[in-house]
Structures are given as structure tokens and as C-alpha cells.
Design a binder for this molecule. Structure first.
Ligand SMILES: *Cc1c(COP(=O)(O)O)cnc(C)c1O
Length: 470
């Protein structure tokens, strides 16, 4: 028999999509999944088989059972949840790609308690009247920061956009040239300002801006001075910027607003935990900022949100702007934010209960001990030829807080056995049953134990074993 004839015979024995769908083999899939999806999988499985037959990689047409098994594999892959839990072994605590702040247990409970049924999102229960959703967190934010009022929107980009739009549109806003930042994820301050409709006036130079530079640029058209936290970069060396207090003295005198894009939104002084000082919301307000914008899911450690906290008048103007409606947060966000903020009422325990603060404040000996346990367990499951080492490293806060500031940390480094690359092990770790996100450096898979939680070590070790053994 010629090859051509054999191919034609095998191809002819491939079932039609309809026949495969109606056969016994596919009955269970058809019963379990939407018909259109199963049909699409059948079409692709048959196509795939045709290509392998034509390519000569297979001599006989696969049975219906084999085709259905392939369809099942395809459907399971496609129908599996796309958003998965990941163990963060990168050492970057506020990692935007990995969803920023892990939520406190209290925040998760609040979401579960209120979001699965109805809740009083916009109802004042005592009087049974319609209220405002911001009232849920406004008192807490006032107590914690000293602000007179606060508005919550979807994220800090929205908070900055709303503040500028509502308070400065059509007028000038002065910004130091050293603060015209790009945060990543397309947050470029000049673009946000252009979209908000205000006129950006650059003052000073990249590395030095003085109070007089602001003063000189100010005229009747000026609505505000905007100060942006440089977040993800740092000027070292010859550098000067006036502080919020100095600027507030000037803006008050000139009757213009001082808007502070603080970014991270620290509510506690991290210096308390032996970490560098990061400006807090309350400091900015005490120094005289009229409106401070910050994220809910960076150092604050809550859900994605943007908060404008400040004097009553500017906050109310922002709140009443039509754009605020397009940026409003939902009940799940407010439930998590309220519960997270509540944890800050107890200054003693907050660092234990908010996961971001816990990761930042964890003392090195504790991380070393955790790394030691992971190391021992990985040693006992690693295949011959793998090399495992424990090493001192530095972790990062991330999320635009404290750029260039190194948190001491301890890592477990794994050099896979000959023939298995670190990149391949990392890929397996990311896509395995438990997803782990490591770093790769110098041919090794690096697991930073500052961001791996106490309760995650068992799953981490299992995932590493699976990845190393294939
Ligand atoms: C992170 C950051 C933003 C953007 O905040 P999102 O919550 O990501 O929208 C804006 N400004 C500064 C200074 C930041 O650090």
C-alpha cells in the first residue's frame, strides 16, 4: 500500500464533528458542558488529528475515545478559573502583577458577611433614609488621618484625576520638574493632568526646585500646586524640593490649593518597625495639604481604592463632580476597606494583622527561621543533582513605596539538576497545581521568604518537589 493510500484511508476514518458529538464516548462531555463549547473542542481535536496524520506522525486514525480524551483536556484547560491564588516568592511585598496587598482576614470576613446578601451600602439604618456610600469609611479616615472629609474612588489614578478635574480644570497647576513621574501601568502625571483639563506649569529643574520657583510661576490663573511622591525612583546627590509645610505656607498666602499625590498611603510610620520613614497621610495633612490622594492597596494594605482626604470644601467639590459617579467603588471594596481601616485603630496590633505591614515589619530572625524550614523540607524532596542553598538577600516594599530601599531578607536558591533549566522550573512553578511565582537569577530559582507566609510553606515545598521532578 502506498503512503498516499494509507493516509487517505486513515483520514477517511476520522469521524465527522456531528458523529463524534452524538457518539457514546462524548456523551458525558455533552451532558456536562455547553454544546457549543464541546462542538468547538471536537472540531479542534479532529483538526489536530488530521494534521498529525498528514504530517506522518501517526499512522492510524485515533479512536473516538482518544479524540474525546483530548477534547476533555482542552475543555478542562479552558474552563479552569483564570484568576488563581499565587504564592509570592519574589520578595516584592506590594507587587502590582500579583494583585498588590493581600487582604487581612478581617477584611475578607467583612466582604463575605456583607456581600453575599443585601447590605446598607447607601442606607442610613436608624432613620431609614438614603445616605451616601462614602459615609461607611469617612469617619474612620477622619479619625485616623485628621482629615475633615474623605471620598473613596476606584484607585489612586482616579483620585488624582478627579481631584484635578473637579478643583483645577481650565486653570493652571504648578508641578516641580522633578515630580513629573510615570508610575507604570500608564500612569503618567502629565497625561493625567492633560486629561483632567488643567494646564500643567512646570517649575524648577529636575533635581532642584525652590519655593521661589513656585512663587514666581504663580498668577491669578493658578488653581493649585500639585506635589507628587516620586514613588518608583529616587534622586540621589544634589537635590532640593520644598516640603509640604513650606509649600502650604505659600499656597495659603496665595489662596491656591495644595494637592498631594502621596501614592502609597502609609497610615503608620514605618520607622517604628526599623524600616525607613515613608511620609504618612496624617503628616501631609498636618503640614497643610488641602487634599491628599493615596491608594487603598499599597502600604495601607486594603482593597484597590483611591482616597481623597483633606479639608471639607475641596473634598466635597470633588465628591459632587459628575466624574465621581463614574469612579465609584462597590460594596465589596467598601467592606474590605472599612475592616482594614478598623485594624488601624489599634496601633499595637495593626502590624500583626495587616499582611503588608506584617511582611514589612517581620524581623530578620523570623524570616531566617522560615527559610531554614523551607530549605530542610526542599532538601528532603529534591532529586539528585539539584543544588539547594540558603542565602541572605534583599527584598523590596514595591508599589511605589520606598524605591531603592532594601529590606533584609533570606532566600532559598535552587539550581536544578543537569538538563533542567531554572526558567523551566520557574515555568512549572507558575503553572503547577499550586502556583508559585519565584525569581530567576544566575541559573537558580530564587524563593524569597519575606513574602512567603507562614501557612504557605507546606504548599511551596510540594510545588517545588513537583516542579523539580517534572
Ligand atoms: C501608585 C501611585 C499612583 C497610582 O495609584 P493606583 O492606585 O495604582 O491607581 C499615583 N500616584 C502615585 C504617586 C503612586 O505611587
Amino acid at each position: 500500500m502506498s503512503d498516499e493510500k494509507r493516509d487517505a484511508g486513515a483520514l477517511a476514518r476520522l469521524p465527522q464533528v456531528g458523529a463524534l458529538m452524538d457518539g457514546v464516548a462524548a456523551a458525558e462531555l455533552v451532558a456536562r458542558h455547553p454544546r457549543a463549547l464541546v462542538k468547538e473542542a471536537a472540531r479542534r481535536a479532529i483538526d489536530e488529528a488530521r494534521k498529525t496524520l498528514l504530517g506522518g506522525e501517526m499512522a492510524a486514525a485515533p479512536s473516538a475515545e482518544v479524540l474525546v480524551a483530548r477534547m476533555k483536556e482542552m475543555l478542562e484547560g479552558e474552563l479552569a478559573p483564570k484568576l488563581r491564588a499565587v504564592i509570592n516568592a519574589t520578595g516584592v511585598i506590594v507587587h502590582t502583577g500579583l494583585g498588590r496587598a493581600p487582604l487581612a482576614g478581617e477584611a475578607m470576613e467583612a466582604v463575605a458577611r456583607t456581600a453575599s446578601g443585601y447590605c446598607n451600602l447607601e442606607i442610613e439604618l436608624a432613620e431609614g433614609r438614603r445616605g451616601h456610600r462614602y459615609e461607611i469609611v469617612e469617619d474612620l479616615i477622619r479619625m485616623l488621618t485628621g482629615a475633615e472629609a474623605a471620598e473613596v474612588v476606584n484607585n489612586n489614578a482616579a483620585a488624582v484625576m478627579l481631584a484635578l478635574r473637579a478643583l483645577t480644570a481650565g486653570r493652571k497647576v504648578l508641578v516641580s520638574r522633578g515630580q513629573l513621574i510615570e508610575i507604570g501601568g500608564a500612569f503618567r502625571l502629565p497625561d493625567i493632568m492633560a486629561e483632567s483639563g488643567c494646564k500643567l506649569v512646570e517649575v524648577g529643574t529636575t533635581n532642584r526646585t525652590r519655593l521661589e520657583d513656585y512663587e514666581r510661576a504663580m498668577d491669578e490663573e493658578t488653581a493649585a500646586v500639585l506635589v507628587a511622591h516620586p514613588s518608583n525612583y529616587k534622586i540621589v546627590g544634589f537635590h532640593e524640593e520644598p516640603g509640604i509645610a513650606e509649600l502650604a505656607e505659600l499656597t495659603n498666602r496665595a489662596h491656591v490649593l495644595l494637592i498631594h499625590d502621596l501614592g502609597s498611603g502609609a497610615l503608620v510610620d514605618l520607622a517604628k518597625y526599623g524600616v525607613a520613614h515613608e511620609p504618612t497621610v496624617q503628616e501631609s495633612l498636618a503640614d497643610g495639604a488641602d487634599a491628599v490622594c493615596f491608594s487603598g492597596d499599597k502600604l495601607l494594605g486594603g482593597p484597590q481604592a483611591g482616597i481623597i482626604a483633606g479639608r471639607r470644601e475641596p473634598v466635597q467639590i470633588a465628591r459632587r463632580h459628575p466624574m465621581a459617579r463614574a469612579m465609584r467603588v462597590d460594596k465589596m471594596c467598601l467592606a474590605a476597606l472599612e475592616a482594614t481601616l478598623r485594624l488601624y485603630l489599634d496601633e499595637e496590633s495593626v502590624a500583626e494583622r495587616v499582611p503588608v505591614l506584617r511582611a514589612i515589619s517581620a524581623p530578620l530572625p523570623e524570616i531566617r527561621e522560615r527559610a531554614g524550614r523551607a530549605y530542610e523540607a526542599i532538601m528532603s524532596v529534591a532529586p539528585a543533582g539539584a543544588m539547594i542553598k540558603i542565602d541572605d538577600e534583599t527584598a523590596r516594599v514595591g508599589g511605589g513605596a520606598m524605591p531603592e530601599y532594601d529590606l533584609p531578607s533570606v532566600v532559598v536558591k535552587i539550581w536544578p539538576p543537569e538538563g533542567l533549566g531554572a526558567e523551566e522550573v520557574a515555568r512549572r512553578l507558575r503553572t503547577g497545581r499550586t502556583s508559585v511565582y519565584p525569581r530567576v537569577a544566575e541559573g537558580a530559582v530564587v524563593l524569597d521568604m519575606r513574602t512567603v507566609g507562614e501557612g504557605e510553606i507546606g504548599a511551596l515545598v510540594e510545588a517545588v518537589a513537583a516542579a523539580l521532578h517534572g
